[in-house]
Design a binder for this molecule. Sequence first.
Ligand SMILES: Cc1cc2nc3c(=O)[nH]c(=O)nc-3n(C[C@H](O)[C@H](O)[C@H](O)COP(=O)(O)OP(=O)(O)OC[C@H]3O[C@@H](n4cnc5c(N)ncnc54)[C@H](O)[C@@H]3O)c2cc1C
Length: 448
Amino acid sequence: MKTAVIGGGIAGLVATYELVKAGYRPVVIEPGAFGGMIRTLSLDGFTLEQGPNVLVERAAMAELLSDLGIKDKVRYPAINPYGQFVWCRGRPMKVPSGLLEFLASPLFSWSTKLALPYRLCKRGLLKPKAEDLSVLAFFTPLLGERSVRDVLDPVLKGIYGGDVEELSARMIFPGLWEAAAQGLSLIGYMRRRPRGARPSIMVLEGGTHVVVSALAERIRGRADKIEARVERIERLTGRGYRLVCSDGSSVDVDACVVTPAGAPLASMLASIDCDLASTVRKQEYASLGVVHLSVPRKEALITDAFGVLFRAGMPNDLLGVMFNSQIFPHVAPPDKHVLTAIVGGAQARTKEFNERELRERLPGQLAELLGVSEVEFLCLTSWRDAVPQLKVGHHHVIATLDRVELANPGLVFAGVDRGGVGVTDRVRIAREAVQRVCKQVSEVKSVA
Ligand SMILES: Cc1cc2nc3c(=O)[nH]c(=O)nc-3n(C[C@H](O)[C@H](O)[C@H](O)COP(=O)(O)OP(=O)(O)OC[C@H]3O[C@@H](n4cnc5c(N)ncnc54)[C@H](O)[C@@H]3O)c2cc1C
């Protein structure tokens, strides 16, 4: 069976590797270097992540790192990884990570604090009255609108660049959504979760790109690469697909894992399914600017803080700043801290990030907010259409992807519009996609 993988980001590389392990020799079609959004830059003793900064240690990632023989590269945080702060009423406030911190936190009103024991135990409190709700609508009965806006909004802006009024609770909190739909109380949901369910975060010594290099090494000589963009997928009469590439070449395959999403996916699918093409074309994305800055180590950052997240409307569209070397000391030289500021968001979709403006303005803005005297700009990386906005109703997009997969055996979708945007989710989704391909093939064989 001839197999292909479209895209050579983490999802495409994992899919290629899984196909190789299943005994195939896939062709991977990627116009650029392997890694997609995963890019690590080494500069003057700094390890700068231009895309993903931290990895979540769930089963899919732990298994991949073991399999690739790079588990020894894992570095865990030097401080509590849940020491997240949000900027509220003109100062940084810690997001509580336990009951005592919650009771002491100025982020929550006394009425919310007093009502919480009852709300935690009340069955059906979060039971959704619609097939999907915004994060704001879903959590308001538990926390009150003000606390959702003060706490959850900046936290989700730090991940999705989006807004609690628009993001889908069903997509972003799938486990809790399911439990709530069954009428469970929050305590009931927490009891049902396996012990130690809160995963750790980690980085890799040498940067996230280490995992890309290890995957590239594993597939070398066992997969073929075409350096081009797939422009069109055509269904062949009988069985299989023709992938028409931007360099004029084409390749006929029996099965194909498609990892790009959004507009590139829409263009590829025009002749396969117009409905799906128009659905994914409408998908909105947040554009992000990643700005690396350094601060002398002798300056005091907020003690034990992971970083600070902001609500919308900050100057320079500042969404958050992460204190990388406070969490992972090895990523900067001994005399300097490195910070990563994220700017942009869903509202900045068409905005071009202006390096000159950010170089001039951001160091001063951060120095004032964080109370430090010296902030140096290192570099800017711009990501257009970086993070999909999983808005209310997004489950219909996934249902459409499932329907098109069913109607087109051998064609599977593993792009970010499937739901999980984190690298660990991308690994899991790519592996599941290959499992679906292999299952379809064995079903076809057994029918024949
Ligand atoms: C600034 C930023 C910070 C992030 N931080 C984190 C973080 O800290 N932790 C975390 O877990 N996640 C983070 N993420 C998310 C995570 O990095 C991405 O979701 C993940 O890397 C996407 O992997 P992918 O393979 O699905 O897509 P991509 O990496 O986008 O790869 C898709 C590939 O497909 C190729 N392609 C596109 N069109 C075509 C075509 N027509 N034909 C052939 N190939 C094509 C592209 O060239 C690209 O290489 C962050 C993302 C960004 C942008």
